[in-house]
Design a protein around this ligand. Structure first.
Ligand SMILES: [Mg+2]
Length: 453
């Protein structure tokens, strides 16, 4: 079902926006919805007054759940939470103290929340099952958004089916490209190929073969059409055409992936094996680079580094993106790679999260017997550990329905006064408040909302 209150945003299907645009810029993604809730119906309803401005965290050390006061509210909460996972709920797969009981408290009191992570590479259902097991809290995919989850919007396209990628051919890659294919197919993409498919069908695409048998042979599928070869007697329309490229999570084999992506960025209209006659034409915009119907390139996560079990941060998908852009600059003599990046801190991901959260909240209210829209979702508290993604994203996101996104930084993850320091928390990276952990974050927000604990 397509959301009635969501604008048609077809520009994304043309894939023309560079990742250099402001992360908080309004989304230009087409949006469709798979739930039965109608965001336009209740998100546009009467707004309730804003709470007073964000202040500093309460110095009270009392526990969130220490009181026995009745928490039943006459009206449902007009606020909700968005939690990052790594560094907020988990640290290297282990629950952070207070995280589980905090989520249970919110569930018990019908206060909506979503989990919003830049992680990916697994089916949402698998990830949620794993997370539920680690935290000991029952969670569902209904309120879960990982880095590539917004890609599912592109199955339907924008307002018109002409932008739908459902039946188009897309290339996906990631840490485990075969797994990424499974995820893409679960979203509804019907024709998904991986670099392994291309390499297996045409080994000379990448003339370094040690991994061909040991890695790629086991995961490849037959290409839907052969790769174009000049003089081969095959017409273009009977050759493989890629309509979009998706980086689902952090690729392992950068060399093969960059080669295939560059081939398609240089092609005529996505026909692998062709070379656009517009490339390097100085009479054309951008000297003709990416001006010939090449497939748009999507990245799901801009994080340059991420925190792992090693004592120093490791490269994330942002490093791969930088590598692709660097090679592209060398190929084109300095032109910037046109690509689309989502994930935190980009506004597209926050807008998608807001829709998911709105639908989840709607469902909670419905099960409580609120059949009429009770009011706008007034505030969302984004609780995260990373100023560059969680905090900057919440600060810069401009909700189209007027929802306030209030950034709350915790000390249990990548940032701490010792690592990063207070001085970096300025401008777009300045949270509304800094607290010790997720439990303190929720306590601060509930106090701010006047919620009786
Ligand atoms: Mg984190």
């Amino acid at each position: 079902m397509r959301g009635g209150g969501v604008r048609a945003l077809s520009a994304v299907a043309r894939g023309v926006t560079g990742a250099s645009s402001s992360p908080g810029a309004r989304s230009r993604w087409p949006v469709t919805r798979s739930t039965t809730a109608n965001p336009g119906a209740y998100l546009s309803s009467t707004r309730t007054p804003q709470a007073s401005g964000c202040g500093s965290a309460s110095s009270s050390a009392r526990a969130l759940y220490s009181t026995q006061r009745e928490t039943k509210s006459e009206t449902p909460p007009s606020f909700a939470f968005a939690f990052d996972i790594d560094g907020v709920l988990l640290h290297v797969a282990k629950p952070i103290p207070g995280a589980a009981k905090t989520l249970r408290y919110l569930q018990d009191h019908n206060i909506p929340f979503i989990l919003l992570t830049n992680g990916g590479g697994k089916l949402e259902a698998e990830r949620v099952k794993d997370l539920s097991s680690k935290l000991g809290v029952h969670l569902t995919t209904e309120n879960f958004v990982q880095s590539h989850t917004p890609f599912r919007q592109l199955v339907e396209g924008g307002d018109g089916e002409e932008n739908s990628l459902r039946d188009k051919t897309i290339l996906v890659t990631g840490a485990d490209a075969a797994k990424c294919r499974d995820i893409a197919e679960s979203y509804g993409f019907k024709n998904v190929i991986t670099p392994a498919d291309i390499l297996f069908a045409h080994p000379s695409v990448f003339p370094f073969d040690p991994l061909l048998e040991s890695v790629y042979a086991s995961t490849h599928r037959a290409l839907p059409k052969p790769i174009y070869a000049p003089g081969g007697g095959r017409s273009l329309t009977n050759s493989l055409k890629i309509d979009a490229m998706f980086v689902f999570n952090d690729p392992r084999d950068w060399a093969l992936d960059i080669q295939v992506i560059a081939d398609l960025l240089l092609s005529h209209a996505g026909y692998l094996g062709t070379y656009s006659s517009k490339n390097a034409d100085p009479s054309l915009p951008a000297c003709g680079w990416q001006q010939d119907g090449q497939p748009p390139l999507y990245f799901s996560n801009a994080d340059l580094f991420w925190s792992t079990g090693f004592h120093l941060p490791r490269f994330g998908q942002g490093a791969f993106q930088a590598a692709v852009a660097g090679v592209w600059r060398r190929i084109t003599g300095g032109h910037e790679l046109q690509r689309r990046a989502i994930g935190k801190p980009y506004g597209e991901t926050y807008r998608f999260a807001e829709l998911v959260l709105g639908a989840h909240r709607h469902e909670i209210l419905r099960t409580q017997g609120y059949h009429e829209p009770p009011g706008t979702l007034r505030s969302v508290y984004m609780v995260g550990d990373n100023p560059e993604s969680d905090i900057a994203g919440a600060n810069e996101y401009a909700s189209e329905v007027g929802t306030e996104w209030c950034s709350v930084l915790v000390r249990t993850g990548v940032w701490s006064p010792e690592r990063g320091g207070q001085e970096v928390l300025k401008g777009r990276l300045e949270p509304k408040v800094v607290v010790d952990d997720v439990e303190a974050a929720v306590r601060w927000a509930l106090e701010r909302e006047g919620w009786k604990m």
